[in-house]
Ligand binder design. Structure first.
Ligand code: NAD
Length: 351
């Protein structure tokens, strides 16, 4: 029997492949844009330069610094920049922070986005925006912020260091795993999630062994695309909620936080029936231990312990998360969240 489901997906044009960046000029031209605001992060300056070179003088303004979790002041400044240049298109090159800044500007201005992602965060495929003000991260959904065109070029990811690739890969896996217990999951999203997990579980160990392995990089980026698509079509649950609280209130690095938490939130939700399919896609007997083993094998961040966050903060985070509990297979109460956070600080094999 097919269970009840709701399926809603927006459309982005996706251009994928080694050398896809060469088509950036054509992609901008087919949107009829003439005044582009180019947003890139610090490590993507060379890629942004390469994009600018393909736009034939259409770049009117540039933002070359981004910050994780999109501080409100950055969004204000970038929106002013877009207005000052009369921008008719935002083009972002970089990780989820560059995409996030473009989305914050699109939310206010209605400008369309072309995204060129260089990590596995997946934001480029979602209508989800995030903004941090006064130590609190707010997120929402708005179709206007979903990039109209996404250019995935695996060649842009070979410089992403092994540890960051591993952490970012765990971020992508989190989108796919959390779909397992999303309410009213559609069969299409379920199938895509299974495929994304299979692809990433095989590609990530190859990526960290040889960051220049283009075949592995292509597969990992394909997995990131599927992960972003799944996140965009499902609701977020406890895992993402925890990451948002830790990112917004404690400034923890996004991908590393996903990596530190994922096996333990999965263990907490162990009773969700679809986690059996996650385990199968990972080639493991159990989803939580399979994720822990994959994380260990690729050397992804294994502890939440960071300057500014430790055992003393557990009670406050548990209170914040339990005050607005996300839907999921198990009630979210402070004691359960405390246990997850303690386990994620410790990093041991989940029980
Ligand atoms: P990031 O964009 O902050 O990038 C992390 C670091 O990697 C930065 O220093 C960046 O300069 C560097 N970098 C990026 N690409 C590189 C490359 N190819 N080679 C070398 N260095 C590179 O981090 P992220 O994990 O990609 O994104 C995190 C942000 O994205 C968070 O703010 C998170 O909330 C957001 N996000 C949003 C969604 C959504 O749907 N809205 C989904 C996932 C993540």
């Amino acid at each position: 029997m097919t269970d009840r489901f709701v399926h809603e997906q927006g459309a982005s044009r996706v251009v994928f492949g080694v050398g896809a960046l060469d088509g950036a000029g054509d992609e901008v031209a087919r949107l009829g844009a003439r005044r582009v605001l180019l947003i890139s992060d610090r490590h993507s300056a060379a890629h942004a330069e390469a994009v600018a070179g393909r736009l034939g003088g259409r770049v009117r303004g540039r933002i070359t610094r981004t910050a994780t979790h999109v501080p409100g002041e950055s969004a204000d400044a970038a929106s002013r920049e877009a207005a000052a240049h009369g921008a008719d298109l935002l083009l972002c090159v970089g990780g989820g922070s560059a995409t996030g800044l473009a989305k914050a500007v699109a939310l206010r201005t209605g400008l369309r986005i072309v995204a060129v992602p260089t990590t596995y965060a997946g934001s480029e495929m979602t209508p989800i925006w995030g903004l941090t003000r006064d130590g609190r991260k707010e997120t929402g959904r708005d179709p206007a912020v979903r990039p109209v065109t996404v250019i995935y070029d695996p060649a842009l990811t070979t410089r992403l260091p092994g540890r960051l690739s591993a952490a970012s890969g765990m971020n992508a896996l989190a989108h796919l795993v959390e779909a397992a217990y999303a309410p009213r999951l559609s069969p299409l999203t379920a199938a895509v999630a299974d495929q994304g997990i299979r692809v990433l579980a095989k590609a990530l160990p190859r990526v960290v062994t040889d960051p220049e392995d283009m075949a592995a990089r292509s597969d990992a980026l394909q997995g990131a695309w599927l992960a972003g698509w799944v996140l965009g079509t499902t609701a977020m649950g406890l895992h993402h909620k925890l990451c948002h609280v830790l990112g917004g209130s404690y400034g923890l690095p996004h991908a590393a936080t996903h990596s530190a938490l994922l096996p333990y939130v999965t263990a907490f939700n162990r009773r969700a029936p679809r986690l059996g399919r996650v385990a199968e896609a990972l080639g493991a007997a159990d989803a939580a231990t399979g994720l822990w083993e994959l994380r260990t094998s690729i050397g992804a961040p294994a502890s939440l312990a960071q300057p500014g966050f430790g055992t003393a903060d557990i009670d406050r985070v548990a209170g914040l998360v339990a005050a607005e509990p996300p839907a999921g297979p198990r009630p979210v109460e402070p004691a359960g969240v405390r246990a997850i956070l303690r386990a994620a600080l410790d990093g041991a094999r989940p029980v």
